[in-house]
Design a protein around this ligand. Structure first.
Ligand SMILES: NC(=O)C1=CN([C@@H]2O[C@H](COP(=O)(O)OP(=O)(O)OC[C@H]3O[C@@H](n4cnc5c(N)ncnc54)[C@H](O)[C@@H]3O)[C@@H](O)[C@H]2O)C=CC1
Ligand SMILES: O=C(O)[C@@H]1CCC=N1
Length: 270
């Protein structure tokens, strides 16, 4: 009999996890969800056959609590949960920036806490979830967390000191690729292609490149060199990317995302 898992805060990531767990074979009866809005509760009941409960009831009934509210809402949620959480529960936080010590300080002594940074491709079972143990989380807690998040993609354990960097790369990562697709689709329009064709061409180029990156065993530089013919088209595009400092812009962008994750941890939630 699986132990009940509760998802607290079923927005974009919470719902993506919930749907993934059901696809992976969790019975809706073993899943609890909480939400602030009654229309949302009705939606979740219809879509997944789950029964939305209060945060307090989720804390009392579930062995594993996945906190998927915004970092800005985490303090208030923990205040609400604290009287009901005993140290035999596992608390998993998916919130950017929020440290395990932030959570531990607000819950009963020795409550096990695991910090996870998933990303939205969990919706299509291609997520990446980066996992770190808090001070009371055991190997069994980490394995249980991997079983949950591994159902919707890959997982990677890192020391918590690397979580802000992983949030910048992996948590936010899909957004950068969507941004590139958007910009390259605009380029297609400029070059005279209809929007739908430009979109399809760039998306397929992205999928093909992603599969090559994953499966070819080649370094990205080699893969790019294979596309870049002497006096050909690609080198002209690469020269423009270099002229416009795109590599430096990407490095600065991810550094800014890392810094924001650190700020959220230090309580600057505005
Ligand atoms: N969207 C993303 O790509 C990723 C988000 N995250 C993290 O996941 C968390 C949630 O992000 P999203 O799903 O994007 O936000 P969201 O705004 O879509 O979802 C948060 C949900 O929590 C609900 N909520 C807030 N306070 C609540 C409470 N006290 N009780 C019950 N429900 C409550 C809100 O009504 C909302 O439905 C954030 O901490 C974010 O840093 C992590 C990885 C990726
Ligand atoms: O932008 C954010 O803060 C969240 C965390 C990682 C992805 N989205």
């Amino acid at each position: 009999m699986p132990q009940p898992v509760a998802v607290l805060g079923t927005g974009k990531i919470g719902e993506a996890l919930l749907s993934g767990m059901i696809r992976a074979g969790w019975a809706p009866a073993d899943l609890l969800v909480t939400t602030r809005r009654s229309e949302r509760a009705a939606e979740l009941r219809t879509r997944y056959g789950v029964d939305p409960v209060s945060n307090a009831d989720a804390a009392k009934q579930a062995d594993t609590l996945i906190l998927a509210v915004k970092p800005q809402d985490m303090g208030r949620l923990l205040d609400e949960l604290a009287p009901h959480i005993t140290p035999d529960r596992l608390v998993i936080s998916a919130a950017a920036g929020i440290t395990t010590s932030f959570i531990e300080e607000r819950l009963a002594d020795s409550t096990p806490v695991v910090r996870v940074m998933p990303n939205t491709p969990v919706l299509v079972d291609e997520g990446m979830s980066v996992i770190s143990a808090g001070s009371h989380a055991t190997a069994a807690h980490l394995a249980h967390t991997e079983a949950i998040f591994g159902a919707v993609g890959k997982t990677l354990r890192v020391p918590e000191t690397q979580q802000d960097a992983c949030t910048a790369l992996s948590g936010s990562g899909p957004a950068y690729f969507y941004y590139l697709v958007e910009a390259m689709t605009d380029a297609g329009i400029l070059l005279g292609l209809p929007r739908d064709k430009a979109h399809d061409l760039i998306v397929q180029a992205a999928i093909g490149a992603a599969v090559m990156l994953r499966d070819s065993g080649e370094h990205p530089v080699k893969l790019r060199e294979n596309v870049t013919s002497p006096a050909g088209t690609t080198i002209n595009a690469i020269r423009e990317l270099e002229n416009h400092g795109v590599r430096a812009a990407l490095i600065a962008a991810l550094e800014a995302a890392r810094d924001r994750s650190r700020e959220l941890a230090s309580g600057n939630n505005s």
